[in-house]
Design a protein around this ligand. Structure first.
Ligand code: N01
Length: 542
């Protein structure tokens, strides 16, 4: 839709549903709503579809799950006609795929681009949501669906002077569309999470000098990228249905990695070492799927963690740099595992330095330098790979108020509370796609997106059939679900890490473990059982 079209939109248009965001969640939601014969409007901040893959265009950006799995399963023709070129899709390839889907299903005509949703207020009499945008448009809807993404609110570090830097500043999650040439430049990167781990080898290959400012070392595993051989691709396509169903039967929604059957201590030291060697050679997430207790037992976890540290020490020539790169403050896998291509090798280059900012944080950023105490690191370009206000940031950024005038931000002040990560008590007819307390970020995202979109569509269909106009989770059902979520998390090692799963990367954010980690298989079974029990925990009214 063009800007002129948007301006022509009459005030107070009404839709059955308004969807916020045109990433993979918003696009499929729109497709489902339309197929049900409902009217829908999608608002999208960017000027194109793709969400994460629209914004994160930093060098080296790619998916860390294989694309044959990280793709839509809802349309078999789409599955068969799309040919992934590489094992792990690059950002340009994933964005091309998103655009292909938008074209193929003619989605754009219901998406208003370059438009941010500022507020969504629910009328106490009609129950309708009134949605206002920064373009000045106003529309109402019976259903408000937040497809706002889990990692879509970039976090700028709270460092003195960060806004005063006179060189070029880039955040990995807001990368310029035209790309960035670092040739001949002195570049500083702050952060060593997944984004930095992918970007650093690429920037180092171009820059005159790269200085990496690391606060916390992360575990990174070689991705072992490569082209996807046509025969492998076709073989997988031939059994696509089976692969997709197998994925649903796993904890993380990934068919490639079968569930382990043994504890790390069921085998001898030599056997364990051999199993880790094989997983390392395979690359990707394989190492986390070797034993049942890696995320449950600290001692078991330490065997895998130390194996990876040994690989880091083998790879990095300077023993002091290697030791700095060895993560020691969290169990492996409790922060999102990074996947890389020659990340640790990059620290053997003459033009790369690693600065530890753990004990002595960055003091300030000057016009042309990062300053730590009396040390001045002059740079031309500053890359902030400092992450996101994850899982709740995007929803909290919108002024969402329910029929009583309570804001979502206020009701989540002590941490998010949801029923199944799908709806929020006291916020009728408002839906989250892969919200907090669902497996979303701890699973193959597109699989979880499809599951949630289908549930929302089924819920709306049930309302149509029953003649209900309002649905909201009951408070006790939500409370029980939040308790269940916390109980499951506390049986694992996840809370031991100061991760974005815990909100720990955002100063002042409540430390609450947000994803549901009993696994996709368990979650899907629970949802099916709730639906079969006439949507237990949801309250419907006319
Ligand atoms: O962000 P992050 P990300 N001074 O939050 C550091 C997904 N993803 O964009 O750990 C110094 O992981 C911060 O330090 P610390 C994936 O799920 C997927 O890299 O807080 N440092 C950390 O090192 C991932 O987990 C893919 O001590 C500061 C870094 O910045 C998620 O997105 C690719 C600082 C932030 O790391 C987020 O990854 C990329 C400060 N003041 C991302 N403030 C793939 O699919 C922050 N940091 C492959």
């Amino acid at each position: 839709m063009t800007i002129a079209d948007q301006q022509a939109i009459a005030a107070e248009e009404h839709f059955d549903a308004i969807v916020v965001g045109a990433g993979f969640a918003g696009m499929y939601m729109l497709h489902r709503l339309r197929a049900m014969g409902l009217t829908a409007r999608v608002y999208e901040r960017g000027d194109g579809v793709g969400g994460t893959w629209y914004w994160n265009r930093y060098p080296g950006a790619r998916c860390d799950l294989e694309s044959m799995e990280y793709s839509y399963s809802f349309d078999q023709d789409l599955e068969q006609e799309w040919n992934w070129a590489e094992k792990y899709g690059t950002q340009p390839e994933l964005l091309k795929y998103a655009n292909h889907v938008a074209d193929r299903f003619d989605l754009r005509r219901d998406i208003v681009f370059e438009t941010r949703v500022d507020s969504a207020h629910q009328d106490k009499t009609s129950g309708l949501w009134t949605v206002k945008t920064d373009a000045g448009t106003v529309a109402t809807a019976t259903h408000l669906i937040l497809a706002t993404g889990n990692l879509s609110t970039p976090q700028l570090p709270k460092i003195d002077g960060v806004g005063a830097f006179q060189g070029r500043t880039f955040h990995t999650g807001q990368w310029p569309h035209e790309g960035v040439d670092f040739s001949g430049r002195r570049v500083g990167v702050i952060g060593t999470g997944s984004s930095a781990v992918q970007a650093i080898p690429k920037i180092a290959a171009q820059a005159a000098h790269l200085t990496v400012f690391q606060r916390t070392a992360n575990f990174s595993i070689p991705a072992r990228h490569g082209p996807l051989a046509a025969e492998d691709r076709e073989a997988q396509k031939a059994r696509y249905g089976e692969i997709r169903e197998a994925a649903y039967q796993t904890p993380f929604g990934i068919a490639k990695y079968g569930s382990p059957t043994k504890s790390a201590f069921d085998v001898s030291d030599a056997e364990r070492q051999e199993i880790y060697e094989q997983a390392w050679a395979l690359g990707g997430q394989a190492i986390m799927f070797t034993f049942t207790d890696l995320l449950l037992d600290a001692k078991a976890n330490e065997t895998a963690a130390e194996f990876v540290r040994e690989r880091i020490r083998e790879t990095v020539n300077d023993p002091e740099v290697a030791e700095l790169l060895c993560p020691k403050d969290h169990p492996i896998g409790t922060k999102r595992l990074c996947l890389d291509s020659f990340y640790y090798e990059t620290y053997n280059r003459d033009n790369v330095s690693l600065i530890n900012v753990k004990q002595t944080p960055i003091t300030r950023i000057d016009a042309n330098a990062v300053v730590i105490d009396s040390q001045v690191y002059e740079i031309d370009d500053l890359v902030l790979a400092t992450g996101f206000d994850a899982m709740t940031g995007a929803a909290r950024d919108i002024d969402i108020r329910n029929e009583k005038g309570t804001s979502l931000a206020d009701s989540w002040v002590a941490g998010p509370q949801t029923y199944l990560g799908l709806m929020v008590a006291e916020f009728p007819n408002m839906y989250l796609i892969t919200g907090p307390q669902s497996p979303g970020v701890k699973s193959q995202m597109i699989l979880s997106i499809e599951h949630h979109v289908d549930m929302i569509a089924d819920l709306i269909e049930k309302m149509r059939t029953d003649g209900s106009r309002r649905v909201v989770p009951a408070n006790p059902a939500q409370e029980d679900w939040v308790v269940e979520n916390n109980n499951v998390a506390n049986m694992t090692l996840y809370p031991a890490a100061a991760s974005w799963y815990m909100g720990a990367n955002i100063p002042g954010k409540p430390r609450v473990f947000m994803p549901y980690v009993a696994g996709v298989k368990q979650y899907r079974a629970t949802c099916a059982e709730i639906v079969a029990d006439n949507w237990r925990g949801f309250e419907f009214s006319p």
